[in-house]
Design a protein around this ligand. Structure first.
Ligand SMILES: NC(=O)c1ccc[n+]([C@@H]2O[C@H](COP(=O)([O-])OP(=O)(O)OC[C@H]3O[C@@H](n4cnc5c(N)ncnc54)[C@H](O)[C@@H]3O)[C@@H](O)[C@H]2O)c1
Length: 252
């Protein structure tokens, strides 16, 4: 019960790593606010989290809408009485529309920024006052190894949004550390989730796995385990850190 009595909001918890974390957190005693744009997926996650032994509230909304994010935080805090963990997980990877700067429209650039960078701004803007009220807490941002190095297959808006989150993590760490609030960022490598599914077949997965020192793609649980550590008091002196979870890919 590593998250006993903690209340966590996870954006993009309908599928992939967010769902995995919601179920894992609930099994560790957390009360979880499941936030997702996809109602069916979000409701399913909330049911799975309750089956895992925790309490869950699903709130439908768009991470890039300030009103939706604020409503989820307000409803969740009212239902569970407090808020301790903000997990800004929602993100999109639209390789068909977000490419190199020379091939991307302004509209597609902006929408990727709105979900991947402005979303965490809204979550932390409205969530941090609750963490202050609770006497402290943990903010978990999700970057990517694609923000740490250049890749020949470019998704430049995605890369810039994720790189922006590194700056946000450090700024929040310094500003709110004195309030007992820490902020860290996880950089996943290639993880087998619905986000990657449109771009991967079995042959591609095999080829990518061969490039990773651990010789496999990541699983949602690999990232959820890192998030569990950051959400729990075990990481209480970890602040402003970047945690690369990628099977050793970035070490090469
Ligand atoms: N999968 C990877 O290889 C990988 C690698 C590095 C970083 N990441 C990052 O990890 C995070 C989770 O990725 P994933 O692979 O689990 O994604 P996923 O696509 O499998 O799941 C994302 C969830 O977010 C929801 N979502 C999408 N847009 C939303 C919006 N505007 N508002 C609210 N919810 C929204 C989706 O409905 C879905 O349930 C993302 O931030 C992603 O950029 C993923």
């Amino acid at each position: 019960m590593r998250l006993k009595d903690k209340v966590a909001i996870i954006t993009g918890a309908g599928m992939g790593m967010g769902r995995e974390a919601a179920v894992l957190f609930a099994g560790e005693g957390a009360k979880v606010i499941v936030f997702d744009i996809n109602a069916e997926a979000g409701q399913e996650t909330a049911a799975l989290a309750e089956q895992a032994g925790g309490e869950a509230l699903f709130v439908q909304g768009d991470a890039s809408s300030e009103a939706d994010v604020k409503r989820a935080i307000d409803e969740g805090a009212a239902r569970f009485g407090a808020l301790h963990v903000l997990y800004a997980n929602a993100g999109v990877l639209w390789k068909d529309r977000d490419k190199s700067v020379v091939e991307t429209t302004e509209e597609n650039w902006d929408i990727v920024q709105a979900i991947n960078l402005k979303g965490p701004f809204f979550l932390t803007k409205h969530g941090i006052p609750h963490l202050q009220k609770a006497g402290g807490g943990s903010v978990i941002l999700v970057g990517s190894i694609s923000a740490l190095a250049g890749f020949s297959l470019a998704q430049d808006s995605y890369t810039c949004a994720k790189a922006g989150l590194i700056g946000l993590a450090k700024s929040l760490a310094v500003q709110f550390g004195p309030d007992g609030i820490r902020c860290n960022i996880i950089h996943p490598g290639m993880v087998d989730t619905p986000l990657q599914a449109p771009y991967l077949d079995e042959a591609k997965k095999k080829a990518i796995a061969a490039e990773i020192p651990m010789r496999r793609l990541g699983l949602p649980r690999d990232i959820a385990n890192a998030a569990l550590f950051l959400a729990s008091d075990e990481s209480s002196w970890m602040n402003g850190a970047e945690m690369v979870v990628d099977g050793g890919f970035y070490a090469m």
